[in-house]
Design a protein around this ligand. Structure first.
Ligand code: SF4
Length: 476
């Protein structure tokens, strides 16, 4: 990769240039989607970063090539034989991408529909993995055709729309989150409109999760009469109006008119502007819009979102598999044990995947201790146990927390939207549930070695060798 002299590009689109708060950074087939990093680049007049490598290759860095390759082959074998990650055995992730979990999440009652008014989408069969696999992705019913560099799992699909008003659209995706964001979140089951909305988001450089969440929020405001056609520039923004959805994505990308600006800057800003009680169903944490798991159907996901360093992110960490898909048989309705589950997963994700640059989806086919072995042989760090390796994750977890505390975040920011804490799910296996955050958060802080305000204690920071952070937080 590094010696091939092909330039690699990470760039922003028109939305980033205009500093839309939902702007992302696109690099080839992937987006650094969440948190508005595209707006940061835009604010610095930085359009793109282009890298060409020619001097060094992986051989120049690997500590013990033979052992490293042995560990890679071992892991690779596990991945290719897995019923989830193996393309040759028609693994679910390979054939249907992340959309393979749609039916399971919907059956668990946690596929947020019409701005989290319920957790079951009645038209799920029209937008699930097999449906996209048959009708939208190319080649049909096959492993993904647009994978990331050198990936063997092949979860990422290419989509083509051949007829209708969006004919000629060639898209990469859409995957689970985007199908949700432009699908059930907006009450839309038209696969072509969802695909077109995904294509336009990539074209303009907008985060699909946050944008779909925001449009769903605006649809609810419209249906409740909190905004009118005057505010939407004449668009009939009802749930289920696929044409309106695509038009609003387009306007968000160009930040045209009232509705373009409202949509492009996210749910929190839109609710502040609209007011009239809309804050109660503005579905974000710390300004970051919730993704495609309703935490009322998975208490642990509620804790994930509430205390995550960057707000409602489905990767900081992800307990939905254990809670909603029965991967580890964890009861989604219980709060017991969730603090520990979230803490451990946060630390493992931080070191094994986020720090190595490996794809998290590996975890579906190979355990994280395989990563620890590869890291040892690649770097020569020689962690003596998996536990020692995960300690690095704990340091990361504490350091990001310390950063947030220094920047003024407090316990009151570790919360969830009003609807999620107060409005019970109306149907499904978790009918009647809200997230019982108060039962989990204090225990979580305690397990982490943080005080009642969620600040890492001096003792914890010292134990982790983060003495410099003590000075930053406590001035000593
Ligand atoms: S690296 Fe991960 S996200 Fe990319 S195609 Fe492979 S499995 Fe999918």
């Amino acid at each position: 990769h590094m010696r091939d002299r092909m330039p690699r590009v990470a760039c922003i689109g028109p939305a980033g240039e205009k500093q839309a708060l939902l702007a992302n950074i696109i690099s080839e087939v992937r987006a650094a989607g969440r948190g508005g990093a595209g707006a940061v680049m835009g604010s610095k007049n930085l359009k793109a970063i282009v890298v060409v490598g020619h001097k060094y290759g992986p051989d120049d860095f690997v500590y013990d090539k033979e052992k490293f390759m042995e560990a890679v082959r071992e892991t690779s074998k596990l991945l290719s034989e897995s019923k989830i990650t193996g393309p040759r055995v028609r693994g679910a992730l390979s054939i249907y991408g992340t959309a393979n979990i749609i039916d399971g999440i919907n059956a668990a009652g946690g596929w947020p529909t019409k701005n989290f008014q319920t957790g079951i989408f009645e038209k799920v069969k029209e937008v699930n993995g097999p449906s996209f696999g048959r009708e939208i992705w190319i080649p049909p019913d096959s492993p993904g055709a647009r994978p990331c560099y050198a990936c063997q799992i092949l979860c990422a699909h290419a989509a083509v729309i051949r007829d209708g008003k969006y004919a000629g659209t060639f898209d990469e995706g859409p995957e689970y989150e985007t199908i949700w964001a432009f699908g059930p979140q907006c009450g839309v089951s038209d696969k072509k409109a969802i695909t077109r909305a995904d294509y336009l988001s990539d074209y303009y450089g907008l985060d699909t999760i946050s944008l779909g969440n925001t449009i769903g929020f605006l649809m609810e405001c419209y249906e409740r009469g909190l905004i009118t056609k005057e505010d939407t520039d004449g668009i009939d923004l009802r749930f289920g109006n696929a044409g309106a959805l695509v038009e609003v994505v387009h306007r968000a990308g160009t930040m045209e008119g009232n509705i373009g600006k409202l949509a492009a800057n996210g749910t929190k800003r839109a609710a502040e502007k609209i007011g009239k009680g809309s804050e109660k169903f503005a579905i974000h944490v710390k300004g970051l819009e919730l993704p495609a798991y309703d935490p009322r159907a998975a208490q642990g996901m509620g804790l994930c979102y509430a205390r995550s360093d960057r707000g409602a992110c489905h990767l900081r960490p992800w307990t939905a598999g254990a809670e909603m898909l029965g991967l580890n048989g964890v009861d989604p309705r219980k709060t017991e044990g969730k603090a520990e589950l979230v803490k451990t997963a946060s630390e493992v994700f931080a070191v094994a995947y986020d720090s190595t640059g490996l794809c998290l989806f590996m975890a579906f086919g190979a355990p994280a201790d395989k990563v620890y072995k590869m890291v040892n042989h690649a770097t020569g760090f020689n962690y003596e146990s998996f536990e020692e390796f995960v300690k690095v994750g704990e340091r990361i977890h504490n350091l990001t927390r310390a950063f947030n505390v220094r920047e003024g975040f407090t316990r009151k920011d570790d919360t969830l939207p009003w609807r999620i804490l107060n409005e019970p799910l109306p149907e499904g296996p978790c009918k009647g549930d809200v997230v019982k955050l108060d039962e989990m958060l204090p225990e979580y802080y305690k397990l982490c070695g943080w005080d009642e305000e969620g600040r890492p204690t001096k003792e914890k920071l010292k134990e982790l060798g983060l003495d410099f952070a003590i000075k930053e937080l406590y001035g000593e």
